[in-house]
Design a protein around this ligand. Structure first.
Ligand SMILES: NC(=O)c1ccc[n+]([C@@H]2O[C@H](COP(=O)([O-])OP(=O)(O)OC[C@H]3O[C@@H](n4cnc5c(N)ncnc54)[C@H](O)[C@@H]3O)[C@@H](O)[C@H]2O)c1
Length: 439
């Protein structure tokens, strides 16, 4: 039997080493998503809030008819062993940044105020040409990009030492950078390092953080749509350093629903004429995405999913002509409470048209925070199982997953299947138990 995309990468794995000591979770970009994640973990580990949406914290797996928590089956780092750190071009600590982001209530933030205030951002590597809407002063100076990468490496080592951590993992929660295609500089470790020395403009800050992490053997997950570890050079370095990478762009709201509904249309052989998606969003992310250059990065990751799920070339009569449009409008009154509308023009028996309207009144960072936590813990797990390079099995969490094959798996349930199989294998659950699984 040919492996399907969902089973292809779910092979048996080496048992992960135990999670001993503290885990430093480093976030370049301490804005809404990062501070909501930090505050949520701080609340959850004191029993003051539930980590809803997190598979590592709440998810269960059926083993011999018993539903066991994934965190009891897998040697995951415990929340009490997590130490948060990060970088930002604004000097505010995580409490002030969380207040500014205005995602969590005063009541929630007050409960962990001291702990949050103790998380102070390290100086950022930032050039305004990649995110023109932001102007911060908490920024490193250096003659070359190579020098700045070294400064980031020194930050990482210093943070690990200061916190007495055993190991670290990084999740990029920084702003979306402007769209930049891959170029010659991204083709090899050598060309990238030359580019760093020569201040090549095709190398963005996100790529510099990723490079510093890889050099320090810190697994790196990219939560935004711009390129971080998604280049031949970064993958070559990840292999050389035996470090895990994943990306890109957290799959939180509208795309999550798209990757649930589109597979349903396909399974029922219903046709599609068009899919119009629009959003209003009023947080800093929305402000950054209001710049067409930055929106272009987001558009690329949001547009890719339908073609991959519907495979129009195989069924042009059903999916050959659909029009797919995605918009994001910056609308300050809504803050982090994004509203997404989808209008789906589908057709059925004998070609009769139908419409579906989806109105998702979501909260951006509330959906993203559990993804950041899961990625941090699962990337750390992968690293302890010596699973280096691209982690395709984590596609479940991304809008535009990294993949070795020509076509990425976008169907949420295909991705979920791969995730569960890989976790089962990492947890040493036997195949017989798997055969009876009914999660
Ligand atoms: N919230 C969601 O649902 C969601 C979904 C998918 C992806 N994302 C992505 O996650 C990222 C974070 O989103 P957010 O809502 O927290 O945005 P935000 O604007 O609140 O936070 C981003 C932070 O990154 C900082 N920053 C920008 N460039 C930096 C650099 N070079 N170094 C250090 N800090 C830098 C900014 O100052 C800001 O504080 C964005 O790229 C966004 O597109 C969010």
């Amino acid at each position: 039997m040919n492996p399907t995309p969902s089973t292809r990468h779910a092979q048996s794995r080496k048992a992960p080493r135990a999670a001993s000591g503290k885990l430093a979770v480093l976030m370049p970009g301490m804005g809404a998503v990062a501070t909501t994640t930090m505050a949520g973990v701080m609340l959850a580990r004191r029993g003051l809030g539930a980590p809803v949406g997190s598979l590592t914290q709440l998810g269960r797996v059926r083993v011999h008819d018993e539903a066991r928590a994934w965190k009891d089956v897998l040697p995951l780092a415990s929340l009490s062993d997590v130490e948060f750190g990060g970088w930002d071009l604004f000097p505010e600590d995580a409490l002030a940044a969380a207040r500014h982001a205005d995602v969590l209530s005063k009541e929630h933030l007050d409960l962990v105020a001291d702990e949050l205030a103790a998380v102070r951002p390290m100086e950022a590597v930032f050039y305004p040409e990649y995110v023109s809407r932001l102007h911060g002063t908490h920024v490193k100076r250096g003659k070359s990009k190579a020098e700045l990468v070294e400064a980031l490496q020194s930050d990482i080592r210093g943070f690990i030492k200061q916190k007495g951590a055993d190991r670290a993992v990084a999740v990029w929660c920084g702003s979306t950078e402007k769209y930049l295609p891959l170029g010659a500089v991204h083709e090899s470790v050598r060309s990238f390092e030359r580019g760093l020395r020569e201040n090549d403009p095709s190398i963005s800050p996100a790529q510099m953080y990723a490079w510093a992490c890889l050099k320090e053997r810190v697994p790196f997950a990219n939560g935004s749509p711009n390129l971080g570890v998604e280049s031949t050079a970064a993958l070559e370095l990840a292999r050389e350093m035996s470090v895990a990478v994943s990306g890109k762009d957290f799959k939180t709201g509208q795309t999550l629903m798209k990757t649930v509904i589109a597979p349903a249309l396909k399974a029922r052989q219903l046709g599609l004429n068009g899919w119009y998606s629009t959003n209003i969003l009023g947080n800093r992310d929305g402000e950054v995405l209001d710049d067409p250059e930055n929106f272009r990065s987001k558009e690329q990751t949001k547009l890719g999913v339908l073609d991959s799920i519907l495979e129009p070339e195989d069924q042009p009569e059903l999916y050959g002509k659909f029009h797919h449009k995605v918009r994001i409008d910056y609308y300050p009154p809504r803050g982090d409470q994004k509203e997404g509308w989808d209008n789906i023009d589908l057709f059925g028996w004998l070609g009769y048209p139908m419409q579906m309207k989806l109105n998702f009144l979501c909260r951006d960072s509330i959906l993203a925070a559990p993804i950041v936590l899961d990625l941090a813990l699962l990337m750390d797990l992968a690293q302890r199982a010596d699973m280096s390079g691209m982690q395709e099995w984590l596609s479940f969490y991304f809008k535009s997953p990294m993949t070795r094959s020509r076509r990425a798996e976008h169907d949420l349930f295909g991705q979920y299947d791969t995730l569960r199989r890989t976790l089962r294998s990492l947890g040493g659950l036997e195949e017989t138990a798997f055969a009876h699984a009914a999660e």
